[in-house]
Design a protein around this ligand. Structure first.
Ligand SMILES: [Zn+2]
Length: 226
């Protein structure tokens, strides 16, 4: 019963945050309460916050597509440099997404990390280590992270093509409601470490044919796997 009550509270928080985001326009970053709605994604130490800043020299212009089925839109519930998206995750996006939604690879690559056995999550940093996730290495120094998954059948070392289903979305780990946390980061070969979280870099999606960095409150439409 406690679990159900907590889920209800989290859903209420998500609805509030979505309402704020939809009213906030370009200023949604300022009104989204930290960690409400989109949730935290990993414990970020003070040292990490201080040591990691956006890197303007990071490679750009890649062929990333939004990580879900083409023709479908999801709302950006948290953008960059706000809430839990600081430090290593400064350039992440959160997309409000019902549990069980197919999550698709944003690019070709190879699975570097995969976990799908967690059934635990909640709106507290204490759940950080419980997130199911997949990390796909591009082989060019960058990789993508798909976090809070409900499940995944991916295995480490498995080749992935853009559009492949890497898992189903969920709310495992530190999540204040169901959503997909997605980020592009440096791979170990690109200067990152071996953990699931490395320094994110500024990137764009190319579903419209033009680079798009969707802002909080907007609902970008995927052209992936159409
Ligand atoms: Zn996030």
């Amino acid at each position: 019963m406690d679990w159900m009550i907590r889920r209800g509270a989290r859903c209420a928080a998500l609805l509030v945050a979505l309402a704020l985001a939809s009213c906030g326009g370009d200023d949604a970053d300022d009104v989204l309460p930290a960690d409400a709605g989109s949730g935290g994604d990993g414990a970020v130490s003070d040292a990490a916050r201080d040591a990691t800043t956006p890197d303007a020299a990071a490679p750009t212009g890649h062929d990333f597509l939004l990580p879900w089925t083409g023709g479908v839109a999801f709302t950006v519930t948290q953008g960059h440099n706000t809430g839990s998206h600081v430090g290593l995750s400064s350039w992440a996006w959160d997309f409000g997404m019902a549990i069980g939604t197919p999550v698709r690879a944003a690019h070709d690559g190879t699975v570097r990390l995969a976990r799908g056995d967690s059934r635990t999550g909640g709106c507290d940093s204490a759940f950080s280590a419980d997130a199911n996730h997949v990390v796909v290495d591009r082989g060019d120094g960058l990789e993508s992270v798909y976090l809070h998954l409900d499940s995944t059948s991916m295995r480490v070392g498995q080749p992935v093509r853009r559009g492949d289903i890497v898992g189903l979305s969920g709310e495992t780990g530190w999540a204040c409601g169901a959503h997909l946390h997605f980020q592009i980061q440096r791979s170990p070969a690109g200067g990152g470490g071996q953990s699931r979280f490395n320094q994110t870099v500024p990137e764009s999606f190319h579903d419209t044919g033009q680079p798009l960095d969707p802002a909080p409150g907007t609902r970008p439409v995927s052209a992936n796997a159409r």
